[in-house]
Design a protein around this ligand. Structure first.
Ligand SMILES: Cc1cc2nc3c(=O)[nH]c(=O)nc-3n(C[C@H](O)[C@H](O)[C@H](O)COP(=O)(O)OP(=O)(O)OC[C@H]3O[C@@H](n4cnc5c(N)ncnc54)[C@H](O)[C@@H]3O)c2cc1C
Length: 338
C-alpha cells in the first residue's frame, strides 16, 4: 500500500492519463484527456505520461505522442485482453509507487468508472468523478477539479490537498481533442503485469455483447434535440423528419424523456449522454445547467424558443425566436426544395 498522507509532495510529478482501450483499440477519448493533461502539465512545468493497458496494443503506443504525450507506459499482456479492473488496479498501484505521478486522469466511461475508484482505494487517495473542467492552482499545484454538484445546480471545485496522486475522471466529449502534431515523438516505457497483480483477481470466462439498442449520439455530426415544448411523441416525429434531411440524430432533454415521448438513449445532459457535435439544434429546450453540461462543447449551437431570455437562447450562437411548430416545418420545406 502506498501513499496516504505522504507529506513529501516533492516526489510527485507529471500528469498521467490512463488510456481508454476497448477491444484492443485506443479510444478517441484518450486524445481528449491527453489534451487536458497537456494544458495542466504546461502550467505546472511537468510532463504528460499515458498508461496504456491492453492486449495486442503495442503498435498503437506511438500514436499518442502527436496528441501531446511525452511518455507512454505500455503494458501489453494477454491477461489484460478482457477488461479486468482488479488486475489493472493492482498494476496501477505498482506503477504509482514506482513513478509517483502527481495527477491521474481517467475517462468517465464504464471502464474508467470501474477502474478509477479501485485505484483510489488501493492508493488511499481521493477521486473526483465526472469533471467538466480541470485546472491547476498556481500557488500550490493542487488539481482544481470542477464538476456539477447538488443535482447540477452549482459547479463545485474540489481539491485533494493532502493526498497524492490526485485523481479525476472526465466524461468523453467534454474536452476537445487537440489537433495532432505530425512527427511529434516521445518515449515508450515497457512495463509488465506481475504475478502479484493477478493474485485473487476474478477470471473472465466469457465476454458477450448485449444487443445494442443505445442511440450513439456521440458519433453524430448534427443533433436536433427537443424538449418539453415538443408536447409529445408526434413533436419528435417532426424532429426525426428534420434529422433525416440533414443526416443528423435526434436528442432530447430529460423533461421529454421523463414524459415518455422518446427513449432515454436520446437524453443529453448530466444524466444522459455528453455530446460534442459540429451542430446542435436545441428546439424548445430552456437550457438548465443539467442539460448544458451535456452539450456546451458543441461547435455551433442553434436554439429555437419562444422565449429569447432562456439560458439556451443566451448561450446559442444562433438564437431563433419563434414557435418551433412554425419554424421547423418551414426549415423542412426549404430543405425539401433543395
Ligand atoms: C439531478 C438532475 C439531473 C438532470 N439531468 C438532466 C439531463 O441529463 N438532461 C436534461 O435535459 N435535463 C436534466 N435534468 C432536468 C433539468 O433540470 C430540466 O428540468 C430539463 O432539462 C428541462 O427540460 P426542457 O428544457 O425540455 O423543459 P423546460 O425547462 O420546460 O423548457 C421548455 C422550453 O420550451 C420553450 N417553448 C415552449 N413552447 C414552445 C414552442 N411552441 N416553440 C418554441 N419554444 C417553446 C419554453 O419557452 C422553454 O424555454 C436534471 C435534473 C436533475 C435534478
Amino acid at each position: 500500500m502506498i501513499i496516504s498522507n505522504d507529506t513529501d509532495r516533492s516526489k510527485y510529478s507529471n500528469v498521467w492519463v490512463v488510456a481508454e482501450v476497448l477491444s484492443g483499440r485506443i479510444q478517441p477519448v484518450t486524445h481528449e484527456l491527453i489534451g487536458a493533461a497537456r494544458t495542466l502539465a504546461d502550467k505546472s512545468g511537468s510532463q504528460v505520461w499515458v498508461v496504456v493497458m491492453g492486449s495486442g496494443i503495442a503498435g498503437q503506443a506511438g500514436s499518442l505522442f502527436p496528441y501531446g504525450a511525452d511518455k507512454v507506459i505500455l503494458i501489453d499482456d494477454e491477461k489484460l485482453s478482457g477488461f479486468n479492473d482488479e488486475i489493472e488496479a493492482k498494476t496501477m498501484e505498482r506503477l504509482i509507487s514506482k513513478y509517483y505521478p502527481e495527477v491521474i486522469i481517467f475517462a468517465a466511461t464504464t471502464r474508467g468508472r470501474a477502474l478509477a475508484p479501485r485505484v483510489a482505494v488501493v492508493t488511499n487517495c481521493g477521486l473526483t468523478a465526472d469533471c467538466t473542467e480541470l485546472g491547476i492552482d498556481p500557488q500550490n499545484g493542487d488539481l482544481l477539479q470542477t464538476r456539477p454538484a447538488f443535482g447540477g445546480n452549482i459547479m463545485a471545485t474540489i481539491r485533494s490537498s493532502n493526498h497524492r496522486p490526485q485523481m479525476a475522471t472526465v466524461r468523453p466529449r467534454v474536452m476537445k481533442a487537440p489537433v495532432p502534431i505530425p512527427g511529434r515523438t516521445g518515449e515508450v516505457i515497457t512495463e509488465f503485469v506481475m504475478d502479484e497483480d493477478t493474485t485473487g483477481a476474478k477470471k473472465i470466462l466469457e465476454i458477450f455483447h448485449s444487443q445494442e439498442s443505445t442511440v450513439n449520439l456521440g458519433d453524430a455530426q448534427i443533433i436536433i434535440a427537443g424538449g418539453r415544448a415538443m408536447k409529445g411523441p408526434k413533436g419528435f416525429e417532426l424532429l426525426k423528419t428534420l434529422a433525416a434531411k440533414v443526416n443528423g440524430a435526434v436528442g432530447a432533454s430529460r423533461a421529454a424523456v421523463d414524459a415518455g415521448w422518446i427513449s432515454y438513449a436520446h437524453q443529453v445532459g448530466q444524466t444522459g449522454q455528453t455530446v460534442q457535435t459540429k451542430v446542435y439544434i436545441a428546439c424548445g429546450i430552456s437550457g438548465q445547467i443539467q442539460h448544458l453540461v451535456g452539450m456546451q462543447s458543441c461547435d455551433l449551437i442553434i436554439a429555437i424558443d419562444k422565449n429569447p431570455d432562456t439560458p439556451m437562447m443566451q448561450m446559442a450562437d444562433i438564437a431563433i425566436v419563434g414557435d418551433l411548430f412554425e419554424v421547423i416545418p418551414e426549415v423542412i420545406d426549404e430543405l425539401s426544395r433543395e
